[in-house]
Design a protein around this ligand. Sequence first.
Ligand code: NAI
Length: 338
Amino acid sequence: PTNHFRVDGSSSLWRVDCRAKGGSPGFKVAIFGAAGGIGQPLALLMKMNPLVSVLHLYDVVNTPGVTADISHMDTGAVVRGFLGQQQLEDALTGMDLVIIPAGVPRKPGMTRDDLFNINAGIVKTLCEGIAKCCPKAIVNLISNPVNSTVPIAAEVFKKAGTYDPRRLLGVTMLDVVRANTFVAEVLGLDPREVNVPVVGGHAGVTILPLLSQVKPPCSFTQEETEYLTSRIQNGGTEVVEAKAGAGSATLSMAYAAVKFADASLRGLRGDAGVIECAFVSSQVTELPFFASRVRLGRNGVEEIYPLGPLNEYERVGLEKAKKELAGSIDKGVAFIRK
Ligand code: NAI
């Protein structure tokens, strides 16, 4: 009989929850959209992360099943599940890091902007909850279109009087992960040894890999540059088409999300030299938001690095990226201000 098992992953038979009670070192992390294609493998990987002491899984469907399943893993984090709007506030209260992959993904033929109408409202609701229940939490926003959902989140937080631009990060890590992989293939290197800065935003031409700044230092022919730039910009569409209607990148995205969340937590812990690319409030260009390399620390984004020297191909790409980004940012801002 399992009737003493509760939806929140606890049991009435436990004497004490020694882990939660003992104040084991680690952070409290919530995943919103935890039952989804990204959310499930993301929950699995966060349950394995030694920096996590408490893991809250929230969705509007299916969280009891996902929570029961994940909670059986014999790793340190205590897992609790939350289902639906009535449990939103409990899911958020006390969280250090909130990761948001909630919302609909693309189908073949769709752009990320086609998701705006549904996902904008979801992100708004969740961010209103964050402003109320955990205004100091670091937010890793994955829901697309990231180029618009980050400005939406910022506007919600401004309205609530809780906005701290350092704590709001749009997750563009998958573009970096793809860039590292594709560049490593061309160079014949191990992808773990390759680091490609990807700046701009997270959609089509706004995804701007800086191939002139790849580490280890290397050079590309014009043909290689065009192939790599195009493949990195269209990596998401490659997956959407291969999945043929069954969604977009979920497994590589969960991997990228965990890589980024882990960096956010190491920053929170006070580790030095935690540097990743993210879409953040920025003065690197004239746009109010831009993705570039940032240093993560105890308050989230502690430092934003300039783009560095660009070659002619990248300068042209930057102009195209900024033009499209400006429209996407305005659209997000207008959604809240209207
Ligand atoms: P999915 O449809 O498999 O899962 C989304 C989950 O969100 C579902 O379980 C759904 O019930 C849940 N959800 C819906 N409304 C909600 C609400 N109000 N509160 C909490 N949860 C809610 O979609 P998938 O594949 O996991 O993608 C999620 C999002 O991530 C999409 O917007 C997608 O475009 C985006 N994405 C972003 C990437 C990035 O690089 N930033 C890469 C890949 C996807």
